[in-house]
Ligand binder design. Structure first.
Ligand SMILES: [Zn+2]
Length: 295
């Protein structure tokens, strides 16, 4: 069960998960408090994480129930595969192929894109339905679990964390595990949302990524680079992804965010007229990728 500690919590119960210093409440979203670290500025959800957190939050409804998740994850297969191929192409100037681990790989489409470009890929994903799809339909070696529970002693040339670091329930454990499983000279490719972006600042509390309890952390490129440095990783490159999403997914996210606004109903009526299958460019000013190399 997920439990916000809004009544029980005192500030000293929620030190910053990055630097351990004191934090303060910023504001409430969907019944959960979001906190800011007073020292390093990291923003995170005030939440008592239970052992079944990942299983509860990333159940099947996350992938086909709309809300903060996806209305129909499998419908985005082609877009996600292309996304993987684009990243593999981008990586070629640093490393063309090798063994890779995709963390939070869902049904494995992004991983499949990497494999099509020559990578030898494995994945880990908490949702068993998604894992079955990756294993049985895409024939990919994917295990059920979270990064913190990764089995085996295999060491990788590349660990990809595409839209996953914001969801780690134990950031330090997750990064330590990822580091243990990365060769010296190997890479991490991380894609996540930038809470210091203009879009996030403009929309404030209405920014779509303020969606606890599935989203637990908000980074900027600088805060992520500094955190990764603690695990021996140095920034090599960064940028903003060219990203496309299905119009049905965009509509679902907007429905989730606009439903309680005074003008929301009117806007939603207009949005409902757009077909679900359009491939629309995501103006990814609030999304970034960063490539880090183990020293
Ligand atoms: Zn901090």
């Amino acid at each position: 069960m997920i439990q916000s500690r809004q009544k029980l919590g005192v500030d000293s119960d929620f030190p910053c998960p990055l630097c351990g210093q004191a934090s303060q409440r910023w504001q409430q979203q969907h019944g959960y408090w979001i906190r800011d670290c007073g020292s390093c500025g990291h923003r995170f959800t005030e939440l008592l994480i239970t052992p079944d957190h990942a299983a509860t939050v990333y159940g099947d409804a996350y992938f086909n129930g709309g809300g903060a998740g996806y209305p129909d994850y499998l419908a985005e297969a082609d877009l996600l595969r292309q996304h993987g191929r684009r990243y593999a192409t981008l990586l070629k100037r640093y490393r063309a192929t090798g063994k890779m681990l995709d963390v939070g790989c869902a049904a494995g489409f992004i991983l499949q894109g990497f494999c099509e470009e020559g990578w030898q890929g494995q994945g880990i994903e908490p949702n068993p339905t998604m894992v079955r799809y990756a294993q049985q339909t895409l024939n990919l070696p994917v295990q059920v679990g979270t990064l913190e529970q990764l089995q085996g002693t295999e060491i990788f040339d590349l660990v990809t964390m595409i839209q996953v670091v914001a969801h780690f329930s134990d950031l330090q454990q997750a990064f330590a595990t990822a580091s243990q499983h990365t060769h010296s000279g190997g890479f991490w490719l991380i894609e996540t949302w930038n809470y210091k972006s203009w879009m996030a600042k403009l929309l404030g509390a209405h920014w779509h990524e303020y969606s606890p309890p599935s989203v637990l952390h908000w980074f900027s490129p600088n805060s992520l680079a500094q955190f990764a440095a603690r695990y021996g990783f140095k920034e090599i490159d960064r940028g903003r992804p060219a990203k496309f999403i299905k119009s049905g997914h965009a509509k679902s996210l907007l429905r989730y965010k606009l439903q309680h606004l005074p003008a929301g109903k009117l806007l939603l009526k207009a949005i409902a007229l757009i077909p679900d299958h359009w491939r629309i460019p995501y103006p990814a000013e609030d999304l970034f990728w960063i490539l880090l190399q183990k020293q």
